[in-house]
Design a protein around this ligand. Structure first.
Ligand code: CAA
Length: 384
């Protein structure tokens, strides 16, 4: 695998691996317990260039390609999946959408600050009644002179409480279905946007997930991202990249679960032998390692397609589908290998198991990934 990577990609991987294992891993279990947002670590990550990874240097980013980025994201997820999802939404969806669809003014003001890590970005598409089917969203944006007035509620917004800037989708023309959805950049200090209570989640507990409530939220027309009616396309394009990011997050957590299990199996003795000597477990390890490598290759191949400017919607969904289901199998096996200890907080695998559970749900459920993949196979826009 590594022979295909460039020197720069390998350098990024080893630099982030060192940071992740020496710094991030120290507090991940504690943050899982306290739900404390990893603000300090994100600041350190900003200094390493990890918050504007694919943003070109002219907008204060690191100018990495997507392959380098997913390698870095996997390494962050290896130690702390909560930090990884914050990094993923910020880079894959928020920075990438502004880079691709933003005006020069938006790039100069928001993208530069995001890339420098002055604040974190969030993406608000989902609503209480519109999850898998975002076209059915109810949030509206009505033009009023040189402003839009946004009203509605967004749900399950990653970093919604701690973000400095949110990309929000809203209907500018409810008659036009997906073509009536537009996207807006709303800053944290806008008095019309309020965060609701923190969700008390099973995993990813240090990443805040909240409702965002828009109550006559006035946004300057200059902060509309793209043209009126571009919002759904912007969201879907962002999710193409985001889904490769969730594959990377899955690979990182799965590798951590495998490595923890290898260490355990080489220490734990039963029947006067290390349990790593039992063939039943060795075959389990062989299958785990093979599945992780398969997911890694799907992730790298989708990322390389994006870097080559090829359409990668289907490959991003394949990588996300396979990797997110794979990590759920791997973390369950990791607990099995650890036996009763795996069920306790003394070992990290119970956290990995809880963190991984949402990967088959957010940024499009496994069922939605299958809709995207089959639509691309038949190319007939078959509806769910
Ligand atoms: N890129 C660009 N454009 C795209 C696109 C893509 N990947 N996918 C669709 N489009 C365009 C289509 O070309 C079409 O445009 P035209 O009519 O102009 O040709 C338009 O969008 C509508 O396409 P569809 O008819 O295929 O749309 P649909 O309503 O049937 O829905 C769907 C398609 C795949 C089911 C989509 O609704 C979907 O992805 N749903 C899941 C939503 C999701 O992933 N939510 C995650 C929330 S964010 C999150 O979880 C982040 C977080 O906090 C961690």
């Amino acid at each position: 695998m590594s022979s295909k990577l460039t020197d720069e990609q390998l350098m990024i991987q080893s630099m982030v691996r060192e940071f992740s294992r020496e710094v991030l891993s120290q507090t991940a279990a504690e943050r899982d317990r306290t739900k404390e947002f990893p603000a300090e670590n994100l600041q350190q990550m900003a200094e390493l260039g990890l918050l504007g990874m694919m943003v070109p240097p002219e907008y204060d980013g690191a100018g990495s390609d997507t392959v380098g980025y997913v390698l870095a994201l996997s390494e962050i997820a290896y130690s702390c999946a909560s930090t990884a999802v914050v990094m993923s939404v910020h880079n894959s969806i928020v920075c990438e959408s502004i880079l691709k669809f933003g005006s020069e003014h938006q790039k100069q003001t928001y993208l530069k600050e995001l890339a420098a890590g002055k604040y974190i970005g969030a993406f608000a598409l989902t609503e209480p009644q519109a999850g898998s089917d975002p076209v059915s969203q109810y949030t509206t944006a009505v033009q009023d002179g040189d402003h839009y007035i946004i009203n509605g509620t967004k749900r399950f917004i990653t970093t919604g409480k701690n973000a400095g800037l949110v990309i929000v989708t809203a209907k500018t023309d409810p008659e036009l279905k997906h073509k009536g959805i537009s996207a807006f950049l709303v800053s944290k200090d806008n008095p019309g946007m309020k965060a609701g209570a923190l969700e008390d989640k099973m995993g990813l507990r240090a990443s805040d997930t909240v409702d965002l409530i828009f109550d006559d939220c006035r946004v300057p027309a200059g902060d509309r991202l793209g043209s009126e009616g571009d919002g759904f396309k912007i969201a879907m394009t962002g999710l193409d990249g985001g889904r490769i990011g969730i594959a990377a997050q899955s690979v990182g957590v799965a590798q951590a679960a495998l490595d923890a299990s290898v260490t355990y199996a080489q220490e734990r003795e039963q029947f006067n032998r290390k349990i790593s000597k039992f063939q039943g477990l060795r075959w389990m390890f062989a299958d785990m390692a093979t599945e992780i490598e398969a997911a890694r290759q799907l992730m790298l191949s989708a990322a390389a397609m994006k870097d080559n400017g090829q359409k990668h919607t289907m490959q991003a969904s394949m990588a996300k589908l396979f990797a997110s289901e794979m990590v759920n199998r791997i973390t369950a096996k990791a607990i099995q290998i650890h036996g009763g200890y795996g069920f306790t907080k003394e070992y990290p695998v119970e956290r990995f198991y809880r963190d991984a559970r949402v990967f088959t749900i957010y940024e499009g459920t496994s069922e939605i990934q299958r809709v995207v993949i089959s639509n691309n196979i038949f190319n007939d826009k078959r509806k769910p």
